[in-house]
Design a protein around this ligand. Sequence first.
Ligand code: CAA
Length: 283
Amino acid sequence: MTINQVMVIGAGQMGAGIAQVFAQSGLNVKLNDLQQEALDKGLNGIEKRFNRAVEKGKMSEEEKQTALGHLSGTTNLKDASDCDLVIEAVVENMDIKTKVFKSLDEITPGHAILATNTSSLPITEIAAATERPSQVIGMHFMNPVPVMKLVEIIRAIQTSDETFQAIEDMAKKLNKSPVEVEDFPGFVSNRILMPMINEAIYTVHEGVASPEDVDTVMKLGMNHPMGPLTLADFIGLDTCLYIMEVLYEGFGDSKYRPCPLLRKYVKAGWLGKKSGRGFYSYE
Ligand code: CAA
C-alpha cells in the first residue's frame, strides 16, 4: 500500500520526535494535539532542532525548508480524514487510547493503518476497540526519536501480514531499524530495560552504592551511554513505575516487583528531569 499522508497524535516529546523523522524523510505529516499550546511547543521544538542541525552543518537551509514544508499542525482530529497512516502517541492510559482509536476508526479512510507508540499497553486490546483490528499495530520508537535507530514493531494477535509489511517498509524509509515483536508485556525493549533500571534502584535502596556510583559502573564498566539512574530520570520515574507495574501484573512474577524507593520518589513528585528532581537534581 502507498502511504502519502500521515498524522501523529500527541505533540509531546515522543509525538513531536516521530513527526520530525517523518517530515525529514519527505513524508507529509500532520502533528495533532488537543491543546494549541502543546501543539505549538511540539512544532517549535522541531524547528529548533532543525535550526541546530543547520548550524552544525548536518542539514542545509534548503533541506530544512523542505522538511518544514512536509509538516503541519492541527488541533482537529477530523483532519485525519485523508490519512493513510496515523500514529498515536498520547498518554499511557487505556481508556484514553481506546477512545482515540474509536474516533480514528470513524474518521480515517477504510484502508488506513492505525498504529500506537505505546511502550507497555496491549496492542491486541487496542485493536479490539476498532472495526479494523487487522490494520492496528504497535510502532514503538525510542527516546530521543530523531537519534535512536530502533523501532519495535508489535503485532497484535489480529494484525495482518499486509499491515506488518507496510509498517516495516515505512520504518526503513524513516532510516530506522525495525524489529518484529509479539504482543507480550513490555515487548522486548522494556521487558529487559526496566528490570535493569529497577535493580539499579534496589541497589541504591539497599545502600550498596550511591546513584552516581551505580551509573559509573554501568557507563564505564558496560559502555552504556547513560547510567540506568540517569536514564530513568530521562524517561520519567512515573513512566518507569508504570511499566514495572505492567510487567508485574502481566507476568504475575515477583521478579518484576517495583522497588519501594521508586514508588516513594513517584509519590513525592520526584519524577526525574521533567519535574526538576529524580535521582539527580536538574534545578
Ligand atoms: N532530542 C533530539 N536529539 C537529541 C536529544 C533529544 N532529546 N538529545 C541529544 N540529541 C542529539 C544531539 O543533538 C546530537 O546530535 P548530533 O550528533 O547530530 O549533533 C546527538 O543526539 C548526541 O547528543 P550529545 O552529544 O549531546 O549527547 P550524547 O552523546 O550523550 O547522546 C543520547 C545523548 C543520544 C541521549 C545518549 O546519551 C543515549 O543514547 N542515551 C540512552 C538513550 C536511551 O537509552 N533511550 C531509550 C530510552 S527507553 C525508551 O525510549 C523506550 C520506552 O518505552 C521507555
